[in-house]
Design a protein around this ligand. Structure first.
Ligand SMILES: Nc1nc2c(ncn2[C@@H]2O[C@H](COP(=O)(O)OP(=O)(O)OP(=O)(O)O)[C@@H](O)[C@H]2O)c(=O)[nH]1
Ligand SMILES: [Mg+2]
Length: 361
């Protein structure tokens, strides 16, 4: 559950110190930072757009992107209040959390707790998120109860939601996984609980682990499942080195290592799936573009993402699925086969729909 996002999703990268958060951030965004809170945009690779660009030869191809914020780790023994405050502020703003954990072995990289233990690291950060949410829950409950004593009834749905949240959190269950009705979810939406945000776990592995797995892999996957989070493995340093190679060498390395998709593609899949997002595509000589929207969004609303005039003057959406288009190889062939459909304003947009909005201004 999250607030409505406008055009891109904001992902906060969190985790213990020195686990590779900034390395992953730099890999995804092409930046070269070393410390501090960093912001950047990660282009989501999309073969569909690459293909459509070869057909339409547009002046511009615009990929979907994820906004990323790299949040420095904090050391619990000496959480300086300021650092922790920054952590909480940044986390609260995010739509989804990317929790980086360290699997990679490297004697030269220090670990704040003296050893590599992914479950311990997951729990350390997770406890902070849970404690913070619990404090907020308690404060809200108290406030509602005080008002009640003064005769102000307050929001009943919110109170029942908060009581359920408290119970979940006390059992280390994320609010996102708590058994709330949709009305209850709605009632606490604006409180921006940290464990209400989808958590995606990124396991930072080395080359050997990428091929052969890493200790605790099963436990870590079970942990993610338990918390309702997506999980993926990423070899950050290796991927960065590969990216610096010549294109033909790059292909060779990737296939030898069995890397089918770069980390950013895995991350994008996890984010889209956790937040129930899809992309639809628009094509033309000027621009071929991917648009990120909520799954099942009505065609007229989707038109509004492109331009408010198109939503206002919406007549119909002319739609073909990317797969149908590709099988035919051209717009003309797909039209001859009758694969373009005219859909009305309520049509739920699907992932990979190529849409031409017909409108009247
Ligand atoms: N061997 C190896 N080293 C890595 C890997 N990822 C990161 N490192 C190294 O680990 C150190 C810390 O990496 P950062 O990306 O700065 O870690 P961080 O999580 O941003 O750390 P803080 O911002 O201090 O919390 C750097 O020296 C990196 O080069 C990896 O996959 N393998
Ligand atoms: Mg960092």
């Amino acid at each position: 559950m999250r607030r409505d996002f406008k055009l891109t999703v904001l992902c906060g990268i969190i985790g213990r110190p020195s686990v590779g958060k900034t390395t992953i951030f730099n890999l995804l965004t092409g930046a070269a930072f070393s410390r501090g809170v960093n912001q950047g945009s990660a282009k989501i690779p999309d073969e569909r757009l690459e293909y459509l660009a070869t057909i339409y030869e547009p002046s511009k191809t615009t990929f979907a992107a994820l906004d990323m914020v790299d949040i420095p780790g904090f050391d619990n023994d000496e959480i300086t209040e300021q650092n922790f405050k920054i952590f909480l502020e940044e986390v609260r703003k995010a739509d989804a959390l990317v929790h980086v954990v360290r699997a990679f072995k490297d004697e030269s990289v220090w670990h704040v707790d003296g050893s590599i233990d992914i479950i311990r690291d997951l729990n350390t950060i997770n406890s902070e998120l849970i404690l913070n949410d619990l404090e907020l829950v308690e404060t809200r409950i108290e406030r509602i109860e005080t008002s009640r004593q003064k005769g102000v009834p307050g929001n009943k749905t919110e109170l029942s939601a908060l009581l359920k949240c408290r119970e979940a959190l006390e059992n280390e269950i994320h609010i996102g996984e708590a058994d709330l009705t949709s009305g209850e979810r709605e009632s606490i939406q604006s409180l921006e609980f940290l464990t209400f945000k989808p958590m995606i776990i990124a396991v930072n592995v080395d080359e050997e682990q990428l091929l052969e797995g890493y200790p605790q892999k099963e436990e870590v996957h079970a942990w993610a499942k338990d918390k309702g989070g997506e999980i993926f493995e990423i070899a950050a340093i290796l991927e960065k080195e590969i990216r610096e190679l010549e294109p033909d060498e790059r292909e060779l390395f990737l296939s030898e290592l069995g890397i089918e998709e770069p980390g950013v593609a895995k991350l994008a899949k996890a984010v889209y799936s956790s937040l129930d997002l899809i992309s639809f595509l628009t094509v033309g000589k000027n621009e071929v573009k991917a648009w990120t929207v909520e799954k099942g969004l009505a065609a007229k609303k989707a038109a509004g993402k492109v331009h408010s005039d198109i939503e206002r003057g919406f007549i119909r959406a002319e739609v073909v699925s990317f797969n149908d288009f590709k099988i035919c190889g051209s717009e003309k062939a797909a039209k001859e086969k009758g694969l373009y459909r005219l859909e009305g304003k309520e049509y739920p947009v699907k992932d990979g729909d190529i849409i031409n909005f017909r409108f009247n201004v």
